[in-house]
Design a protein around this ligand. Sequence first.
Ligand SMILES: Nc1ncnc2c1ncn2[C@@H]1O[C@H](COP(=O)(O)OP(=O)(O)OP(=O)(O)O)[C@@H](O)[C@H]1O
Length: 359
Amino acid sequence: MAGLKISRATKSFGDFDAVKDVSIEVKDGEFLAVLGPSGCGKTTLLRLVAGFEKLTSGEIHIGDRLVSGSQGSVPPEKRRVGIVFQNYALWPHMTVAQNVGYALKVAKVDKAEARRKVAEALALVNLEGLADRRPANLSGGQRQRVALARCLVAAPSLVLFDEPLANLDVHLRASMEDEFAAFHKRTGTTIVYITHDQAEAMALADRIAVMDGGRLAQLAAPRDLFREPASAMVASFIAQGMVLSAKALTAAEAGHARVEVLGQEVVVRCRPGERPREAAKICIRSSDLEIVGDKGGGFDGTVVRAIYKGGTARIEFAPASDADTHLHFDQSEPIGLDSGSAIRMRIKSGWLIPNEPAV
Ligand SMILES: Nc1ncnc2c1ncn2[C@@H]1O[C@H](COP(=O)(O)OP(=O)(O)OP(=O)(O)O)[C@@H](O)[C@H]1O
């Protein structure tokens, strides 16, 4: 296996930059998810790594080897990159073993050697027992594993997944997530996994690269992405964070600063080096909100909607001082709030979004 280094990669189509100045280093054996809204450049980035697209500028290394740069581009078949697509096209007339071994047959690999490699690849995806089945007699998840084995048989130095679970139903998705996680643990394969499903990215990846408009918005471990978003886009994109205008009143001290938000003063977490500023933004999660009595500080407002979810309800709430801002939190049974209820809320904590997005 090998690591991957993308350095200042830009890909333009005409005067439109689909990928702009992106630098990402994936360590040998790391599982990196690339996450972002539709059209943010995820697929283009994957196609650049695979060699299906040529860089406009920048460089890509796989292991120590320069595969794309100003000197030219190594063709896809010479990159030793395995790809698992969303639409796993298996040949229906071939058995599982024949599907997996097809590339070896074309490359005229010795038959005994090819059999051994196919058996090894099937073992890696736990499909040993199904070598003689045809794709029509497999479940969706099993077919996806055949597609994975077919890419592993060529001993790739890195495996790219392009939304591999997008076509599967919810239950199968969850069990395939477990399978991919176990596969990664067992094999230590370097994986780049494209998805627009953040729950999937959070569950699987060591680190997540969030893309926005062709640029890298943040590259961090799932927990850091959630707790310390680098920009308002990442804050609201990840787990529906609420972004509020605030005034930073104090400089950072021991990882905290005092801010004024919705007329209330709150101590929030922040990066070192933060200074007081007028136009700041904070990110809060529903667990940062609590209902308080009349004397508990905080601010007044009205419940806009209460959506029952079974066991809990999602309460949407508009502060009296800023009716356009909607906050939300979950309330467990018994749910005493309904649309129109007047309540007083307090923000307990939050994260001061850095002024300059830093990656
Ligand atoms: N060959 C092309 N010519 C012109 N524009 C392109 C080309 N390929 C992609 N783009 C544009 O580049 C942008 C990024 O596309 P890309 O497919 O990489 O996004 P994505 O994040 O993978 O989206 P999705 O999640 O919807 O697949 C889009 O605006 C797309 O229209």
